[in-house]
Unconditional design. Sequence first.
Length: 182
Amino acid sequence: MKTQYYTATSLDGFIADPDHGLDWLLQFGMTDDYPDFIRDVGAVAMGSTTYEWVLADLARSAGGPPQTWPYEQPTWVFTSRDLPAIPGADVRFVSGDVRPVHERMVAEAAGKNVWLVGGGDLVGQFCDHGLVDELIVTVAPVTLGGGAPLLPRRIATPPLRLVSATTHADTFVQLRYEVPRD
Ligand SMILES: NC(=O)c1ccc[n+]([C@@H]2O[C@H](COP(=O)([O-])OP(=O)(O)OC[C@H]3O[C@@H](n4cnc5c(N)ncnc54)[C@H](OP(=O)(O)O)[C@@H]3O)[C@@H](O)[C@H]2O)c1
């Protein structure tokens, strides 16, 4: 079981543009490794901006083909606000210290991986407590010039350990790193 930050980034290190848009990423479609990745995930965590993006995306699809909450796994959403729930989705709203939440996620994942969807600072909070095992970062061939940062933390000495670098669809490079343990 691992705790993984699996995300896509622009070449200049942003996971969303300054107005939280993802068009720069969605123009490429989904990477072909996602079905294998999600099969091994037992619990999901995200911050409120990411959750609100998913909510807005579901709303945008109204009138088009029916879309549903994308995760079968229990999902913990970090927020200090009262956010709308999604009928039928196993979403738990939490706030504050990530450590007790991570403990519950690991228990409920029952041997599967914990996926930290983002954003970057939330993942940084898990890093601060030594709770992140792997970064799996798909680099898209675009630059954004600003936006939501990939991981606004200093992890330099010891550095991340490169596990693999693979190309996908002649478009993306996917980098997999292990986070060093003290
Ligand atoms: N490229 C990709 O694959 C990818 C992946 C994931 C996300 N994204 C995008 O990246 C952007 C990330 O947005 P973001 O940087 O704002 O990050 P975020 O983590 O989605 O949201 C940050 C917000 O979550 C809440 N939060 C974070 N930690 C908390 C804690 N410990 N306790 C309580 N609340 C907490 C706070 O809001 P409140 O307390 O005010 O609610 C905070 O402002 C979004 O646009 C998302 O759609 C892209």
